[in-house]
Design a protein around this ligand. Structure first.
Ligand SMILES: NC(=O)c1ccc[n+]([C@@H]2O[C@H](COP(=O)([O-])OP(=O)(O)OC[C@H]3O[C@@H](n4cnc5c(N)ncnc54)[C@H](OP(=O)(O)O)[C@@H]3O)[C@@H](O)[C@H]2O)c1
Length: 141
């Protein structure tokens, strides 16, 4: 995938967008293998963003929570579950802005330790999301 950065870099720029997950932000008993792969992907995309930013390559790492898609069909739908169309709109806006990380639905921003929203006044939301994750094992995306 570094080649994925080199090619748009040679063309003078471009955008790479990949779907990671909030599951990569913190481990859960129910899905830690999936979470570990997403944590690796998130770190890789962050590095790719840093490595190619000066060549006009934008890398957007999408970190969804639970979204109602084929992947989650049949699972209990937790609170704050996202609709695919809303997630897609949010991702397209993030690509337009060149935001390196996008959470969808947006409430999951609270899980990003380095996001400014996670520091001040968002601890309660984060605790709530953790409580929901405990009540709905495996439903965090
Ligand atoms: N849904 C969630 O709650 C959620 C939460 C967090 C992160 N994510 C991540 O978001 C991404 C998309 O998930 P989704 O929920 O949209 O799943 P989805 O509805 O099951 O869609 C998966 C897509 O990937 C394609 N695909 C699967 N295996 C493939 C392969 N080997 N080669 C090429 N294409 C392949 C499928 O193509 P076909 O339709 O042709 O099979 C389908 O278009 C995944 O990386 C997932 O981990 C999802």
């Amino acid at each position: 995938m570094p080649a994925g950065g080199r090619a748009p870099g040679r063309r003078g720029g471009g955008t790479i967008c990949a779907f990671s997950s909030v599951a990569g932000d913190r481990a859960r008993r129910s899905n830690y293998l999936y979470g570990a792969s997403k944590a690796g992907l998130s770190a890789f995309l962050e590095g790719l963003h840093l490595a190619y930013a000066d060549r006009g390559v934008r890398v957007v790492c999408v970190r969804p929570g639970f979204v109602k898609t084929a992947m989650t069909a049949g699972l209990p739908v937790p609170p704050f579950a996202g609709e695919p169309e809303a997630v897609a709109s949010r991702v397209l806006r993030a690509m337009d802005r060149g935001a390196p990380v996008v959470y969808a639905p947006p409430i999951w921003r609270c899980h990003h330790a380095r996001h400014p929203d996670a520091s001040a006044g968002r601890h309660a939301a984060r605790a709530l999301l953790n409580a929901i994750a405990r009540a709905h094992p495996g439903a965090s995306g």
